[in-house]
Design a protein around this ligand. Structure first.
Ligand SMILES: [Zn+2]
Length: 126
C-alpha cells in the first residue's frame, strides 16, 4: 500500500504496523520455501531416472524461485517501512509518528504531513 493511501486510511502507526507484518509474513514464506526446497531435493535424490525425478526437480525450482521472491519482498518492505519511520519525527517538537496527511502525490512516494501536537508540516519521501 502506498504511503499516502495508507496514512489516509489507517494513520501512520497502523500503516507502519501493517508494513512490518506484511514484510515478516514474506519472511515466514521464505522459511517455508526453504523447507520445500530441502524436502523436494531429498525426494529428487531418491528418485530413479530423470523422468521419475523431474517433478521433484521442478518443485525444487519452484520453491527456490518463490523463496527468492519472498526474501526480496521481505527486504524491500522492511527497508521501506524503516526509511519512512526514520522521517516520522516532527522536526519541530520531536513527536514520533503523531502525524496526519496534508497532501500526497498521485503515486504516494512523497507526502506532506503535519504534526498532530504542534501543527508543523514537513515532507516524507518514501
Ligand atoms: Zn510537532
Amino acid at each position: 500500500m502506498h504511503l499516502a493511501e495508507g496514512i489516509r486510511k489507517h494513520g501512520f502507526r497502523k500503516w507502519y504496523e501493517r508494513e512490518l507484518l506484511q514484510s515478516h509474513a514474506h519472511l515466514a514464506l521464505t522459511f517455508v520455501c526453504g523447507i520445500g526446497v530441502a524436502a523436494s531435493m531429498e525426494l529428487a535424490f531418491k528418485s530413479r531416472g530423470l523422468s521419475d525425478g523431474l517433478p521433484d526437480w521442478a518443485a525444487v525450482a519452484l520453491c527456490a524461485a518463490v523463496g527468492i521472491w519472498a526474501l526480496r519482498r521481505y527486504l524491500y518492505l522492511l527497508s521501506h517501512a524503516e526509511a519512512v519511520a526514520n522521517q516520522a519525527d516532527c522536526p519541530h517538537c520531536k513527536a514520533y509518528g503523531r502525524l496526519t496527511l496534508v497532501k500526497g502525490d498521485a503515486g504516494g512516494d512523497r507526502v506532506r504531513v503535519g504534526c498532530r501536537r504542534c501543527g508543523h508540516e514537513w515532507h516524507i519521501d518514501a
